[in-house]
Design a binder for this molecule. Structure first.
Ligand code: NAD
Ligand code: MG
Length: 342
């Protein structure tokens, strides 16, 4: 959780002392025991017992020995070794987003792909945006969504143009029959440790992709969204602990946190919630195209207390939780999932 969310939680928890907490817990358990279980509840708990997942050590759940590798931007996760885990074989839904219509940018690979797979398995219809060069990755995601019986609309195009952003939202809304969720996830960054060698065009591409595009997309989406709709932004651990070689990138990710919070305050009167996710280092195409030295992969694995990078599938629960109606009181927050790095 970010500092903001942690602070919120500790205020709530500090108001209830430990004895009182255990009394409340005990009373709740006693109350539950007194209630007769209905047949439906019995079968639900039997199903849960059958579905129980093994308790796993979070340090060992995923590898931390990816070989050094490089691709040209924007990269294809199809050609990565090992391929990132976006939940293709593991994410299981339970109807948390049934009937929702979502647009996800950067939905072809990495974190956006994990969100797309999870949303489809939670019952949402989807439009995904990506760059034309990423068609092979996007085709796999479209197939995975359709396999869930959900609608999947592929809309390739470059988000650095305002006109395209407007037409993207309009097409997603038209073809999905409405728009309830916008996930602003596409992003760009480049490893540049010296400002004197930082080309203006890289700075410009970073700001256009990470700030202008979400601004244009949010504007177009909010204009057509109904109360109950949700925006989810993708910030980064670099917003709170900026990386020196990611000057422009870190600045945009910090700006996204402020943008999320300000926009949430602005559109609360429309009944629209706005939140963000701040991932730590995650194994995605971004890690192998941005021009970092070969040993950067090892450094990223070593940079978290859990001793490894995260996988995109580990971000999916946050995107689902922030988007679902049950989180109706959560707005203006940015939640972290960073292996303890912050
Ligand atoms: P990724 O390369 O899989 O996804 C980034 C996506 O952005 C690409 O797939 C591409 O479709 C899209 N994109 C980039 N420029 C675009 C443009 N001009 N027009 C249209 N689409 C464009 O990598 P990822 O790590 O999954 O990145 C997703 C988000 O997560 C980004 O915002 C990134 O900054 C953020 N993030 C990543 C990490 C990490 O360690 N991987 C950490 C924190 C935050
Ligand atoms: Mg991609």
């Amino acid at each position: 959780m970010t500092r903001k969310t942690t602070a919120k939680r500790s205020i709530v928890e500090d108001g209830i002392d430990a004895d009182r907490r255990s009394m409340i817990k005990g009373a709740a358990i006693a109350g539950l025991a007194a209630l007769p279980l209905t047949a439906a509840a019995k079968s639900a708990s039997a199903q849960q017992a059958r579905d129980a997942q093994p308790v796993e050590d979070p340090r060992a759940r995923f590898p931390n020995d990816q070989p050094a590798q490089e691709q040209a931007w924007p990269g294809l996760q199809r050609d990565m070794t090992p391929r990132p885990d976006c939940g293709e074989t593991s994410y299981r839904g339970s109807g948390r987003l049934a009937g929702r219509r979502a647009l996800i940018t950067g939905g072809d690979s990495g974190i956006g792909r994990a969100a797309a797979i999870a949303y489809a398995r939670e019952g949402a219809d989807l439009a995904i945006n990506y760059l034309p060069q990423e068609e092979p990755d996007a085709a796999e995601v479209i197939e995975l969504i359709r396999r869930e019986g959900r609608k999947a609309i592929a809309i390739p195009g470059d988000l650095r143009a305002e006109e395209f952003c407007g037409s993207l939202v309009a097409r997603a809304e038209r073809e999905l029959g409405g728009l309830d969720i916008l996930v602003n996830n596409a992003g760009y960054g480049w490893f540049l440790p010296d400002i004197l060698e930082h080309p203006s065009e890289k700075f410009d591409q970073t700001i256009k992709t990470n700030l202008y595009a979400p601004f244009w997309l949010s504007k177009a989406a909010i204009a057509v969204m109904k109360p109950g709709s949700v925006l989810v932004f993708t910030s980064s651990v670099t917003a709170f602990s900026p990386a020196s070689a990611f000057l422009g990138y870190s600045a945009t990710k910090a700006a996204i946190v402020a943008f999320t919070s300000a926009l949430a305050k602005q559109v609360a009167k429309r009944g629209i919630r706005v939140n963000g996710v701040a991932p730590g280092p995650i194994w995605t195409p971004m890690q192998i195209y941005f021009g970092a030295p070969a040993n950067n992969v090892d450094a990223l694995n070593a940079s978290t207390p859990l001793g490894r990078m995260g996988q995109p599938v580990e971000m999916a629960p946050l995107y689902v939780t922030l988007a679902e109606g049950a989180s109706s009181f959560v707005t203006g927050s940015t939640w972290s999932a960073d292996g303890g790095r912050l």
